[in-house]
Ligand binder design. Structure first.
Ligand SMILES: C=C(OP(=O)(O)O)C(=O)O
Ligand SMILES: [Mg+2]
Length: 575
């Protein structure tokens, strides 16, 4: 029977394909007495061999998409599988206890895990314990004949269904086969949504319970334009979704004609259209979509995709590649923003009640344990600065004194490099993100000391509304067009201009087609968004008159009490 549901439209595009459940299967089993020992040992051998070949394929794919170093973890897994001692002990247990392979596998691997985990001050052995756990799951799944989800093994067109997707899950999705994804949690500004837009994979998030409603292989139709998801669509519904997909493709082709056009309004005012990136690989998409700059390079992905802190040299290479790839166009690099929903396996972040209100981003960089990491990043950036137009930005600034402390460290590292005779570019702008209401309120004071602002609305909205950006139950409070948010933004832009500085925006609101007319009216200088939204925004700006948008924003700022009133006003002014 056809089921329809609605989630948050998080990445544009339409798809009709079979569901692929990326959820952990039930690996429970009964311990049974077996007579046929040989048969049990053969089952074990077969499961080990199947797990080995699955891992080989996963590893090969990971080498292609993430590089040798990041894929090395799978070598460790394959070594565990091939360990003759462990296999011998499992077989010995089957023989002596006359139990099924599942029970013997569990008994022996549990024993190894307990021994390794017990070596508390030996990080290497702790990691081996984690490897054994991972590998055991795969062998157990093969014994039980259930499928362990392995997105890297997908070789037909599917729609991924999951509770949530981590940035590294998302990075492994192959666009050739993954036609869309649908999740239980997350919203437009969650990192899975941002990655989906970068990869141009349609996505609907925050459906609450899609993982319970859909079964493996069930046909689904998904629209990342409207947030609609249909299970077992009728042939008519399938053709409707296909038609919507074609209309969207035609629209995209129209926008593509604006790739080399200037971003000017109908009355000739220029706005800078920039793109956000997560890795040097994304630069290609930035140029393909005709962006004029990179307004946010989220460097934390460099840290998240690594097995250990990235070295100064590794970072230098990444920053250089991005600067060179942009051919002299400005690149705003944000220093690392770890914490919140972004954790590092090799860095001990404390368990917190409220990670988004906790120890994250610049707060880590300015602490004793983050100091060395921060200085390494700044040195890599300063060294790379000669390869293009670099701007540096600090995330999560609440206090003027935090900016001063960060700037002092920056000045120290710059002076050291110059003393060492290392060339450093002369005019590197140093600015801050405005994503905490305290900084938005005090923008006039900050503006005297910083070179620029970039408003991070993803966080600014969640902190202003006290509504977690990942929690769909409070997503109704997550209101970019609420007059309170517009007033904060207006305060920031006007404060910057009063000091002769520029103000941009790198939160997802900058590419939101309802927000853009308001932001143009407020006088935002730079709009940085998913690369895939740039051309659509250029097309919108070309149609609009800047003076009329000023009138619109003034009215929204002074007359409106609710988001709905603002939206109605935008509709009236952009018809
Ligand atoms: C751009 C932002 O940063 P992130 O989404 O990485 O938190 C923001 O908060 O708006
Ligand atoms: Mg942020």
């Amino acid at each position: 029977m056809t089921t329809m549901l609605k989630g948050i439209a998080a990445s544009s595009g339409v798809a009709v394909a079979k569901a692929y459940l990326l959820v952990q299967p039930d690996l429970s089993f009964e311990t049974v007495t077996v007579e046929n020992i040989e048969n049990e040992e053969a089952r074990l051998e077969a499961a080990l061999a199947a797990a080995q070949s699955e891992l080989q394929i996963i590893k090969d794919k990971a080498v292609d998409s993430l590089g040798e170093e990041a894929a090395a973890v799978f070598d460790a897994h394959m070594m565990v599988l091939a360990d003759p001692d462990m296999t011998a002990q499992i077989k010995a247990t089957i023989e002596s206890k006359k139990v099924n392979a599942e029970a013997a596998l569990k008994e022996i691997t549990d024993m190894f895990i307990a021994i390794f985990e017990g070596m508390e001050d030996n990080a290497y052995m702790q990691e081996r314990a984690a490897d054994i756990k991972d590998v055991t799951k795969r062998v157990m799944a093969n014994l039980l004949g259930v499928k362990l989800p392995s997105p890297a093994l997908i070789n037909e067109e599917v729609i991924i269904v999951a509770e949530d997707l981590t940035p590294s899950d998302t990075a492994q999705l192959d666009k050739k086969y993954v036609k869309a994804f649908v999740t239980n949690i997350g919203g437009r500004t969650s990192h899975s949504a941002i990655m989906a837009r970068t990869l141009e994979i349609p996505a609907v998030l925050g459906t609450n319970n899609i993982t319970e409603l859909v079964s493996e292989g069930q046909l689904m139709a998904v629209s990342g334009l409207t947030g609609e998801v249909v299970l077992d669509p009728t042939p008519e519904q399938q053709s409707e979704f296909h038609a919507a997909g074609e209309a969207y493709a035609a629209q995209k082709a129209e926008w593509a004609a604006l790739k080399d056009a200037e971003t000017v309004t109908a009355d000739g005012k220029h706005f800078e259209l920039a793109a956000n990136i997560g890795t040097p690989k994304d630069v290609e998409g930035v140029n393909d979509n005709g962006a004029e700059a990179i307004g946010l390079y989220r460097t934390e992905f460099l840290y998240m995709d690594a097995q250990d802190f990235p070295t100064e040299e590794d970072q230098y290479e990444a920053y250089k590649a991005v600067l060179e790839g942009m051919n002299g166009k400005p690149v705003v690099v944000r220093t690392m923003d770890i914490g919140g929903d972004k954790t590092l396996p090799y860095f001990d972040l404390p368990e917190e009640m409220n990670p988004f209100l906790g120890w994250r981003a610049l707060r880590i960089s300015l602490s004793n344990s983050g100091d060395a990491m921060f200085r390494t990043q700044l040195r890599a950036l300063l060294r790379a600065s000669v390869h293009g137009t670099l701007r540096i930005m600090f995330p999560m600034v609440a206090l003027v004194t935090e900016f001063r402390a960060a700037k002092k460290i920056y000045d120290e590292e710059k002076a050291k490099l110059i003393a060492e005779g290392v060339p450093v570019a002369e005019n590197i702008e140093v600015g801050i993100m405005i994503e905490i209401p305290a900084a938005a309120m005090l923008a006039d004071q900050f503006a005297k000391e910083v070179d620029f602002f970039s408003i991070g609305t993803n966080d600014l909205i969640q902190y202003t509304m006290a509504a977690d950006r990942m929690n769909e139950q409070v997503s109704y409070l997550y209101q970019p067009y609420n007059p309170s948010i517009l007033r904060l933004i207006n305060n920031v832009v006007k404060a910057a201009h009063a000091e002769g500085k520029w103000a941009g925006m790198c939160g997802e609101m900058a590419g939101d087609q309802t927000a853009v007319p308001l932001l143009m009216g407020i006088g935002l200088d730079e709009f940085s968004m998913s690369a895939t939204s740039v051309l659509q925004t250029r097309s919108l700006m070309k149609r609009l008159d800047s003076k009329k948008m000023e009138e619109l924003s003034n009215r929204a700022l002074t007359e409106c009490a609710t988001m709905e009133e603002v939206v109605a006003l935008v509709e009236e002014y952009t018809k």
